[in-house]
Design a protein around this ligand. Sequence first.
Ligand code: SAM
Length: 274
Amino acid sequence: MQIAVVTLFPEMFAAVSESGITARAFRNGLVRLTCWNPRDFTDDRHRTVDDKPFGGGPGMLMKTAPLQAAINAAREALDASVGGRGDRGSRESGESGAASRARRVIYLSPQGRRLDQRGVCELAELDELILVCGRYQGIDERVLESEIDEEWSIGDFVISGGELAAMVMLDAITRQQPGALGSEECAELDSLANGLLHCPQYTRPQVIDRRSVPDVLLSGDHEQIRLWRLKHSLGATWRKRPDLLEGLELGSEQQALLQEYIEEFETAPGDQCG
Ligand code: SAM
């Protein structure tokens, strides 16, 4: 997957390109990250990247010409990397080169679709992403209309720039790339991968302050461990994020395990380890 980021602060992306799972995925060529700085597309002495909003008021907007030029440069570089022209959105079967590659240009914005695991999985299916990071009070509406396919938000709050939001998206998408996680990690076991939260997890020592790891996890009985994990995954979701259960159709095994969990929780709320 190729991800091009349009940002006034490319140095911030060292956080994902130099550390951890994302860095390894970039090194192994699973994800290719490039940054495009609108400041490099200015033609004035001060390399100006902001401009006043029409109508007055506080704050600035991103200057349109350098922003558009940076987005176009990112697009052209992606086109060139596979030879030919790219499309804007859908994957068309039977074509070769850039035209058959699914690309989306995304503006990170508090006004966008809220990012969740389902959205991450949808985006991870694409071949190419251009992530446009806003700064100041954001971008001109006409640039949004002409250059951007979709707006995505990381939550109902406002941060100072799109970079952190882009990195959140980038990290989550990278985890979904086949081979990005080692055998010891697995995206399928992550919270929300199946709509549920992860079950409680334990490592050494076996006993901390007289609280022991649940016996079943030490038993070596794989079926019992599977059932315990599923039950406690359902239970954690029921206790912490009941809204998630509303959107799920539980199978009969899951329903029975959740019922068992709820009954145990209601008789002994503090004793959910066993
Ligand atoms: N004035 C804008 C508004 O109220 O919609 C907010 C501008 S914000 C200070 C600067 C930039 O941060 C935005 O252009 C956007 O790229 C990014 N941003 C802020 N909050 C975000 C969020 N929740 N999700 C994604 N990006 C966000």
